[in-house]
Design a binder for this molecule. Structure first.
Ligand SMILES: [Fe+2]
Length: 294
């Protein structure tokens, strides 16, 4: 190659569009077609983003620092990356593009507060474990898409206390208002919990800083989390939202689904009830979850 030819080649190496093409080509040796597809597309969109906003060095470094801080504040009890994914609507989008199976219950975001290995409870027990809040009796039934009951479904449930905080947001290892059940032969799971309240997403990390800097709401409408799992069925990871909540339609993580808004009904106390919790005013909710076979 001549000296002038080398110079032309070097100029091409530094051109923005040439850099993108070279990075995309660098994935050609990958053995996995899917990984190749993902990395090529990610590169294309990431480079387009940088070009579209003419990303400055200071802004690029601010992004690096932001991701560093996201990693540093994350732990086995707090996943700030999931919160970022939620706040940017990626979690909700990812759920939406993985099509709902038949008329199975709609899924929504997992959120950052799921904990693996929650305590196991039996039907009728109280998972609130002393958490502050209005007593609420939750009664659910799990059926398949033909309406037949499904037994032995693992049902994880978790929610905040009346102050809007999850157990894992407090110091110490105490868990509350979270539990794991197995549906009985009639597909039923029932338990005492507390009335969900609207709450702000955590504001003490990069996710909160992003919302503050962009003047976005940090509130989530009141909801209780569920994850239903059984081999042979498509997993349902979802919420039940409290009808009438003022933040419905303005969820900080874009997780609301019309089909998941439910009535949590206030019930007067029955002084003759054998269950002391039913003698006082409380809330009740019933809901049927549908799972699709795969
Ligand atoms: Fe939540």
């Amino acid at each position: 190659m001549s000296a002038s030819g080398g110079l032309v080649a070097n100029q091409n190496l530094s051109r923005a569009d040439t850099i993108t093409d070279r990075v995309i080509s660098s994935f050609e040796g990958c053995d996995s077609d899917r990984l190749t597809e993902i990395m090529k597309s990610l590169t294309r969109h990431l480079h387009e983003f940088a070009k579209e906003v003419s990303l400055t060095t200071q802004e690029w470094m601010a992004g690096i620092d932001f991701l560093m801080a996201t990693g540093k504040i994350s732990s086995d009890k707090r996943n700030e990356f999931i919160l970022l994914s939620d706040l940017l609507g990626l979690s909700s989008l990812q759920v939406a593009i993985n099509e709902r199976v038949g008329d199975a219950t709609e899924s929504t975001v997992l959120g950052p507060f799921f904990v693996e290995g929650a305590r196991e409870f039996s039907n009728g027990e109280d998972i609130s474990d002393g958490a502050n809040g209005e007593p609420t009796f939750v009664s659910i039934k799990v059926v398949d898409t033909s309406g037949a009951a499904i037994g032995d479904v693992t049902v994880d449930v978790w929610g905040s206390d009346a102050d809007g905080f999850y157990d894992v947001q407090y110091d110490g290892d105490k868990l509350f208002n979270r539990g794991r059940f197995k549906s009985d032969e009639q597909g039923r799971v029932s338990f005492w919990s507390i009335l969900p309240v609207a709450y702000p997403v955590p504001s003490d990390g990069p996710g909160g800083a992003l919302l503050k800097a962009t003047k976005r709401s940090n509130m989530r409408p009141a909801h209780l989390h569920f994850a239903l799992t059984k081999e042979g069925y498509s997993q349902v990871v979802t919420h039940l939202f409290v009808a009438g909540d003022p933040f419905l339609g303005n969820d900080a993580v874009f997780g609301e689904r019309e089909s998941l808004i439910c009535e949590f009904t206030k019930v007067a106390g029955d002084i003759g009830s054998s269950d002391p919790r039913r003698r006082d005013e409380h809330y009740e909710i019933e809901h049927v979850f549908k799972m699709a076979q795969i």
